[in-house]
Ligand binder design. Structure first.
Ligand SMILES: Cc1cc2nc3c(=O)[nH]c(=O)nc-3n(C[C@H](O)[C@H](O)[C@H](O)COP(=O)(O)O)c2cc1C
Length: 334
């Protein structure tokens, strides 16, 4: 790894340094202001990105869309990602992002959710490049912050056009491109991040779900880049991260929604924990704030004492599988 470590450097999007070159990948329904803060505080993140935000919602004053643009000063550099298909609305939304102080404006050209694609947005833009060109030119005229795009290899396996799209985007003044496949996707270990850098020679890597399973993954990669032993969270760190997240969620949204988000994180976070499947099941069975807090205490007290965790007392140990968390679909209409 020594050779690779010395090769990995911060990169720039115009004058904005992405250091370390590790990006918390946008995830609708996940990477809201609380989640980004939680992960940013663990260290190692060079760029955060909002959830994708509907330009239709934003430009029609939908409160949810407005809330999605909030960010903390200390998470800079911060990118707002928008999705849509109408050039005029895309331009207006881009202006709004600049106005609230985003450092970068990112256009989503990768989401495959039918509800998004049906209206021509997300990866739908990859099959209408003239429209994409109009949108990018419109936005470029209206904003001064850097414009970036996030794409996938093609709209479908039979219409791979990432290179053509990238050339067009570059000609329109796009200053960085994230490609779901090469620079992002399925990185859950330090080694996989290094492999991705080596195999693709990309400027940086994006990590999404891996950050839910292991909020310290960015810091661990950064430690390794700098020749340090990667930080190893203790059980207490793991307990604290869950409690901190739950606190932030409850401050920011109604209890029921906060409990839902907590269960969503648990689906990923419990992977790899000792007795994790039983712990996840216990959390899924919880319906109130107190129940969630009790389950967290029970679990960590048990394993910290070196005892085996058998799940919720008095409940049959029938494991509930974590639902597959695989695309922007979950965020649509939330
Ligand atoms: C729940 C979920 C929501 C997502 N939402 C978005 C989104 O809003 N914008 C986007 O560009 N990509 C979105 N993606 C794709 C991710 O940014 C990322 O490219 C993908 O999950 C692969 O990376 P990973 O394996 O590290 O998670 C989403 C993925 C997931 C799982």
């Amino acid at each position: 790894m020594a050779f690779i470590m010395s090769e990995i450097k911060p990169f720039k999007i115009r004058n904005i340094e992405i250091n370390p070159p590790l990006v918390l990948s946008p995830m609708a329904g996940v990477t809201d202001i609380s989640f980004r803060r939680l992960l940013k505080q663990r260290g190692g993140i060079g760029l955060t990105v909002s959830e994708f935000i509907s330009v239709e919602g934003l430009t029609r004053n939908n409160p949810k869309s407005k809330r999605q643009m909030r960010f903390y000063e200390n998470e800079r550099p911060f990118a707002v990602q928008i999705f849509g298909a109408q050039p005029e609305r895309m331009r207006m939304a881009a202006e709004m992002a600049e106005e609230v102080g985003a450092d970068i404006l990112d256009v989503n050209c990768g989401c495959p959710a039918p509800k998004v694609v049906k209206h021509g947005g997300g990866s739908g833009l990859l099959r209408d490049l003239p429209r994409l060109e109009t949108i990018l030119k419109e936005i470029k005229k209206a904003i001064t912050i850097p414009l970036t795009i996030k794409i996938r290899a093609g709209y479908s396996d039979s219409t791979i056009n990432a290179v053509e799209t990238a050339k067009l985007a570059e000609a329109c003044g796009v200053e960085h491109i994230a490609l779901h496949v090469s620079g992002s996707g399925d990185i859950t270990t330090i080694q996989q991040a290094f492999d991705r850098f080596r195999e693709t020679n990309c400027d940086g890597v994006l990590i999404g779900r891996g950050g839910m399973a292991n909020p310290w993954i960015f810091r661990q990669i950064e430690d390794t880049i700098n020749g340090r032993r990667p930080f190893q969270p203790t059980l207490e760190d793991k307990r604290a991260v869950l409690l901190e997240y739950f606190d932030m969620l409850r401050e920011d949204m109604p209890q029921l929604a906060a409990i839902g988000r907590m269960k969503q994180l648990a689906g990923q976070f419990t992977r790899g924990l000792q007795g994790g499947a039983l712990f996840r099941t216990a959390l899924y069975h919880s319906h109130s704030v107190d129940e969630i807090l009790d389950r967290i205490s029970e679990y960590f007290e048990t394993i910290s004492a070196g005892r085996q965790y058998f799940g919720e007392a008095g409940k049959p140990a029938e494991i509930i599988e974590a639902p597959e968390l695989d695309s922007c679909e979950v965020g649509v209409g939330m």
